[in-house]
Design a protein around this ligand. Structure first.
Ligand SMILES: NC(=O)c1ccc[n+]([C@@H]2O[C@H](COP(=O)([O-])OP(=O)(O)OC[C@H]3O[C@@H](n4cnc5c(N)ncnc54)[C@H](OP(=O)(O)O)[C@@H]3O)[C@@H](O)[C@H]2O)c1
Length: 430
């Protein structure tokens, strides 16, 4: 164990993640310090409410509601931000960097929106920003890209990266309605009271922005990512998907093309034998393809206080070691500004349509003509259920790969056809 002075740490946030970080630092201090080669000292903890009951015991004099007590304390060398949200946390992280402090954060919103700028500022101040916990909870993703895969040109990253939607879709595959499945996810502690961020695909888009930026060293902004949530998926789609040999997952996908990258988040049909089809419950999985390494699959708990604290404290030990040695152990990032994201219309993909039509002659020909005129080649065309009470039937069409713009136009044009009651579902096929 080193005899050098301790490394003082300021913690911002003492909620689900923060309390697990504090707990590990306070109860497992000697072991962590031995691994870090320097004593790790939790010096101050910033919260909003000093009177709140906490799940762990923290000495009252550690707690503060004044951000300056951490950000302006020159003895604090490392700030851990586990509070969340854009502002004021972006400003706090920036202040910490400008004051020459290293930062560890679990904040995907800040890292997705402002990560490249903060990393540039940090490089200018010769400090580091660690953010392993911002994507995939306890799954080692950022360090894997930053260290273990750095010899590779990353070709594609496909992920099931939002545990709430994966849990909800899993329940729907077993017969629950979406409303019931969301309620169950809330009761199990996976979904927030307001689940919009998860269900609408926003959370997955933030995480994909971070993964894409790190994988290709370009600036992938969350608002450049095509995003669709799972709201349109209905229980019957799972039955048809199974019959066709697919599972339905919210997929975050990015892929390299000459001079540009593809980046999209949407529900997708995925072949049952694909590793991502087998990701169950609130688990996350990230499937990476590099030109040297080939395919790598990383799976684990993508959220929760303890897995996320595992990533945060792991970052702290790594950072402490490099501070003690006086070197930055990790390469810094440099982002290529010239590479942009391909608009979704120009992406090639396969699609599945579920169409409610009048059960009469000529319907198939009319639908077939729309696809032909849009240059979309049909892979399968199946009549599923039929209802005698209103003389309607349900058709399921899957296509070969086509431009997404053509697939969308076909959807709009079919909805206008006289014998088509509604295009009930449109899903991309992975
Ligand atoms: N929970 C997870 O499973 C998970 C997984 C991966 C990443 N993350 C990320 O980790 C971060 C924290 O998440 P969490 O679930 O631990 O959140 P949380 O349970 O809501 O806790 C947030 C903590 O931050 C404090 N806080 C919030 N705003 C503050 C402000 N303006 N000034 C001072 N303190 C403030 C709160 O103080 P009070 O306690 O006084 O209210 C609370 O202690 C977020 O960025 C989240 O996205 C979470």
């Amino acid at each position: 164990m080193s005899t050098t002075r301790p490394l003082n740490v300021g913690l911002i946030g003492l909620g689900t993640v923060g309390s697990q970080v504090a707990e590990r630092m306070l109860s497992w201090g000697p072991q962590l310090s031995r691994r870090a080669g320097v004593e790790l000292c939790l010096k101050r903890v910033l919260v909003r409410d000093l009177t709140k009951r906490r799940s762990i015991e923290v000495a009252a004099d550690l707690l503060t509601t004044d951000p300056s007590a951490i950000l302006d304390d020159r003895s604090i060398e490392v700030v851990i931000e586990v509070a969340g949200g854009d502002e004021p946390m972006r400003s706090y992280i920036e202040r910490a960097i400008l004051a020459g402090k290293h930062v560890i954060t679990a904040n995907k919103v800040v890292m997705a929106k402002h990560g490249p700028e903060l990393l540039d500022q940090a490089a200018g101040k010769n400090v580091d920003v660690y953010f392993e916990a911002a994507v995939g909870g306890g799954i080692p993703l950022i360090s894997t890209f930053r260290m273990d895969l750095q010899a590779n040109k990353i070709e594609r990253v496909s992920a099931v990266i939002n545990g709430t939607t994966n849990y909800v879709l899993g329940r729907m595959a077993s017969g629950s309605t979406m409303t019931d499945a969301i309620r169950e996810a809330q009761e199990a502690g996976y979904a927030e009271a307001d689940p919009t961020d998860d269900i609408g695909g926003f959370d997955a888009a933030y995480k994909l922005a971070i993964l894409g930026s790190i994988a290709y060293e370009i600036k992938v902004r969350p608002d450049e990512i095509y995003r669709e949530g799972i709201e349109g998926v209905e229980p019957v789609d799972f039955r048809y998907a199974r019959e066709l040999g697919f599972a339905i997952k919210l997929i975050a996908h990015t892929q390299r093309h000459p001079g540009r990258v593809e980046a999209r988040v949407h529900p997708a049909m995925i072949p049952l034998d694909h590793p991502l089809a087998r990701v169950e419950g609130a688990e996350n999985a990230v499937f990476v393809e590099g030109d040297l390494v080939g395919q790598v699959l990383l799976v684990g708990q993508g959220a929760g206080g303890r897995p996320t604290a595992s990533a945060v404290v792991g970052d702290l030990i790594d950072l402490a070691r490099s501070i003690r040695r006086g070197v930055q152990s990790r390469p810094s990032f440099s982002f290529d500004d010239r590479i942009g994201v391909i608009p979704i219309g120009e992406v090639k993909t396969r699609a599945y349509y579920r169409i409610r039509v009048d059960d009469r002659a000529g319907v198939l020909a009319a639908i077939g003509q729309v696809f032909a005129e849009e240059g979309v080649s049909i892979s399968s065309f199946i009549q599923k259920d039929a209802w005698s009470h209103d003389q309607t039937a349900e058709l399921v069409v899957t296509t070969h790969p086509s431009l997404d713009a053509s697939l969308q136009r076909a959807r709009e044009r079919m909805a206008q056809l006289e014998p088509v009651r509604t295009v009930s579902s449109f899903l991309r096929v992975f």
